[in-house]
Design a protein around this ligand. Sequence first.
Ligand code: NAI
Ligand code: UGA
Length: 433
Amino acid sequence: MRISVIGCGYLGAVHASAMAELGHDVVGIDVDERKITDLRSGRAPFFEPGLHDILTSATASGRLRFSTDIAEAADAEIHFIAVGTPQSADTYAADLRFVDAAFEGLLPHLADGALIVGKSTVPVGTAERLAARLAEAAPHAHLAWNPEFLREGFAVQDTIAPDRLVYGVADDRAAAQLDQVYRAAIEAGTPRIVTDYATAELVKVAANAFLATKISFINAMAEIAEATGADVTQLADAIGHDARIGRRFLNAGVGFGGGCLPKDIRAFSARAEELGRGESVAFLKEVDAINLRRRRRVVDLAVESFGGSVVGKRVAVLGVTFKPDSDDVRDSPALDVAVHFKGLGADVIATDPEGIANARARHPQLAYTEDTDEALRGADLVVLVTEWREYRNLDPVEVGRLVANRFVIDGRNVLDPAAWRAAGWEYRGLGRP
Ligand SMILES: NC(=O)C1=CN([C@@H]2O[C@H](COP(=O)(O)OP(=O)(O)OC[C@H]3O[C@@H](n4cnc5c(N)ncnc54)[C@H](O)[C@@H]3O)[C@@H](O)[C@H]2O)C=CC1
Ligand SMILES: O=C(O)[C@H]1O[C@H](OP(=O)(O)OP(=O)(O)OC[C@H]2O[C@@H](n3ccc(=O)[nH]c3=O)[C@H](O)[C@@H]2O)[C@H](O)[C@@H](O)[C@@H]1O
C-alpha cells in the first residue's frame, strides 16, 4: 500500500521504516530538516537497535523516502500521524498543537477514500473532534485511531510483531484498510481489537497508566522494605510467581521516566478532570509522587552515608538515559539524579553508552565521559541508574581498583550485593537491606 507517516521521531521513523520493510511504499514527513537529511542518507536520527538495518535496506529498495514537504504525501492511501503530544507546561494536559498542525496540513492533500490514522497518544475525545472536522473539510476521506504500544529499545520488533493491534474506527472500510497494512502480523496470529474511537484512545492511556502503577506499586513496597529491613527484590520474585500478578514491571529502583509514561499519566489525569471524573484516576497522582520520590531517595542515601553532605564528593553516575538500549533522556530518572547531586555540590561525572549527546544538550553543566573507567577513576561514590548491560556486568574487584572509595548505590537493583560486599564495597540498593 502507499503510506505516509507524518512525524519521524522515535515512533514515526521506526513505523515508516518497518512499514517499508513489510513491503509497503512509504514516505516519511517531518518538519525537522536535520532529521529528514539524516533519514534520507540512511542515518537513524537516534539510537534504536535494528533501526539502521531496516532503514538502509528500505531506502535502498526505493520503498522508503523522506521529505519535509507534506505535499509529497498526496499519493498515499493511508496517512499515519505520529507527531509528538508533549506535556503542556502549565496544566500537564497533552499539547495537541502538533497533531492539529499535521492533520490540517494533510487536508489539502487527501486522495479519494484516503484514511488518516492517528498513532500519537492523545486524550480521549480527540479522534471524534478530528473526525467532525474531516467530515466538513474533506468528506471524501476518513479517520481511524490506531494507538502504538512499542517500547524503545525493542521498537523494531514491537512494530513488526506487535502484541496486539487496536483499531478505533467509525466504519468497516477503515478496518479493512488497516488489515491490509498489518496483513503480515494478522496472518502471524496477532490479536486485533476493532472498536470505537474513544475505546481505542483509552486503551493506550490505560495500558501506560497500568504499567506506571505496577512500577510505583513495587517502589512503594521498596519504601516499606526500607523501613523494615525486608528485600523488595525477593518480594517481587515471590509475588511475581503468581500468574495473576506476573514478575514483569516489578523491578524496583529509581522508577519510570521517558517521553511517555510520566507525561501520559499526567495527561490522563488532566483529561479525567475535564470530564468531571478526576477522582476515578486520582491514584495516578500518587503513582507519580511515589515515582519522583525514588529519584530523591538515591541522593538521600548518599547524603546520609557521607554524614550529611556530598559537597566535593566525586560521584560517578552510570547511565543517563531513561532505560538501556535507547539514547532517550526525556524525563530520565538517571539524569535527574545526576543533576540533583550536582545541585548539592557534588563533583559529578556521568557516563552512558548512547545518551551523552542528548544529555549534554539538556544539561551542559554536567561533566560527561564516554569512557566508563574514566568516570569510575577516583570516585567517592558510584551510582548505577540505568541498567545497561556493561554496568550490570561490572566486576567489583576491578572497579574497586579504580575508585577512591568503595561505595556503590544500585539504583536499579541489578548488581549482586554479595559479590560487591565480598569485594570490600559498601553496597546500597533501593528497598534492599
Ligand atoms: N516514543 C515511543 O516509544 C512511543 C511514542 N508514542 C507516542 O507517539 C507520539 C510521538 O512520540 P515520539 O516519536 O516519541 O516523539 P518525537 O518527539 O520523537 O517525534 C515527534 C516528531 O514529530 C515531528 N513533528 C512535529 N510537528 C510536525 C508536523 N506538523 N509535521 C510533521 N512532523 C512534525 C517532530 O519534528 C518530531 O520529529 C507521542 O504521542 C507519543 O506519546 C506512542 C508509543 C511509543
Ligand atoms: O507509550 C509509549 O511510548 C510506550 O511507553 C512504554 O515504553 P517505554 O517508555 O519505551 O519504556 P518501558 O520499557 O515501559 O520503561 C519505562 C520506564 O519504566 C522503568 N521501569 C520499567 C520496568 C520496571 O519494572 N521498572 C522500571 O522502573 C524503565 O526503567 C523506564 O524508565 C510502554 O512500555 C510502551 O508499551 C508504550 O508504547
